[in-house]
Design a binder for this molecule. Sequence first.
Ligand code: GDP
Ligand code: MG
Length: 168
Amino acid sequence: MLPIVALVGRPNVGKSTLFNALTRGRDALVHDQPGVTRDRHYGVCRLQPERPFVLVDTGGIAGEHTHLETGGLAGATARQARAAAEEADLVLFVVDGREGPSAVDDELMRWLRKRDRPVLLVVNKTDGIDSRAAMAEFARFGFDEALPVSSAHRQGLDVLLDDVLERL
Ligand code: GDP
Ligand code: MG
């Protein structure tokens, strides 16, 4: 069985864009508006062909508007997203480097901490901004390491991939 990596993050941080970049899928659509993403939920990353892994876009499963803070994560689809994250060998916690941490990020972080799963912090949208400053904003999440990427511009994906494979 292939290892499973789950993308977790609040709506609009770029999970689907990252999913597409890593799986090079074309069926997934990315929209500007949260709540309208219609995408595949599962794909296989074969960027390192000898070490494929399954990638799960939990945002897609959750329908993008089930914030923990709004009492979301109710209903079958949200439970599926949780289950995906709980089963995953590794969780990529995706945040928006432009907007910085939000209350929903804090909620997700608290939830992830309770799970006994390795988590990697991925700071997306670092194209055209000071990525060090962006990452520093997330220091309070307590990760040893954060990975700056731009999913839209395919920046930082090689380092991310190395880090992911190291942990699988
Ligand atoms: P999701 O809701 O987490 O799945 O986020 P999406 O992948 O749908 O992306 C939300 C919005 O952020 C879209 O307008 C994307 O084009 C934009 N976006 C995603 N990744 C990046 C990035 O690396 N840089 C920039 N500047 N925009 C991005
Ligand atoms: Mg999405």
